[in-house]
Design a protein around this ligand. Sequence first.
Ligand SMILES: Cc1ncc(COP(=O)(O)O)c(C=O)c1O
Length: 404
Amino acid sequence: MNFKKDFPIFDNNPGLIYLDSTATSQKPSFVIDGIKEYLENDYANIHRGSYSLSERSEEMYKKSKEITAKFIWSTDYREIIYTYNANYALNLLSASLKRSQLLKKGDKVLISVVEHHSNIVPWLILKEEIGIEIDYVNIDENFWIDFEDFEKKFTADVKLVSFTAVSNVTGEIFNLEKLGTLIKKKNKDILFVVDASQSVPHIPLDVKKVQCDFTFFTGHKLMADTGIGIIWWKKEILNTMKPAFSWWGAISKVLKDCFYDAPLPDRFEAGTPNLSWAVSLLKAFEYIEKIGGYETLITHEQELIEYTLKKFESIPWVKLIWWKNKESKVGVFSFIIEGIHSIDISEYLATKNICIRAGQHCAEPFLTSLGLAHTCRMSLYIYNTMEDIDIFFEELKNAIITLQ
Ligand SMILES: Cc1ncc(COP(=O)(O)O)c(C=O)c1O
């Protein structure tokens, strides 16, 4: 099926070949119109007004959280906290863990070597601020979690494990159910955090099956607007935690010399929340449901992945950074071409109206571990077609001939 027609950016930019959805996704009319309709018909502040407009606005906000919860198999929308993006989400979480003294000096946080900077830097900040330790788990020859290395590093001082569900460089899907089982079998109090920024847009994440305590992701990669980040916190833990930031809105009562936190989940959402962005997230999830849910997303993407891999195989001088597990992969392809800088490739393609990303993809430790300074990355989503892929490869060949 061709979903491109649902996305006005392609009508407004004839010939556009958009292959950078790992960075951000394009928006369907369903989302764009949904935000406009909300702003034109139902917009008012929430948690304050007793008038109907405010109640309608509040209802939209709640519906947004309900569908978000449903998409990750949470049964309680109050476990969902909205922030601004994935970076902000993990910073809020890590700072709240510090304030709640759930992480202390000497505690070890275990992450994987493939992590996006947003799942590295907040822990480095806590290392600097309170003296936690950080260790990196390697990947194996399949580019999956190296469970032998994990077992070695999963020592008694590990208090938190934070892994991505899908690599934003290789598109590899990690076996988080196995990881969650290993963690919780050893000690159910060890906290397990999942960065779902690259999984929720493509494949299901069931927080119960994975046994995580927190997951976070970002709306703009799944067709919502920018400015909406999501954290899911397991209720039992959320109840025991103090929010890192307590401004107006996160507080229920203020006296001259003290204040009381608001009830859940508002306690973690200081100030007026990002209302129209929450609506955009609601509309994005509704759009996914409308086209047939994850089944459609996966079927469409798998067809494109198969096709893309065959094309890559036909130009042997392009070195793909992993491709062998096509059934455990989302549509992300990193590659290098000997003797040509990735930026030069991406700039050449840009002159042909083809958008890809070049650089270290905010995963510098991972690229360094592979001995690479940069790669090109092309990535696929629901609006891409075989024709996009044909044009990309035709122009990639031209780029190589021109730049070599
Ligand atoms: C795996 C992963 N985590 C986190 C992020 C950060 O998302 P945001 O920039 O919306 O905070 C990204 C963005 O590329 C990502 O790929």
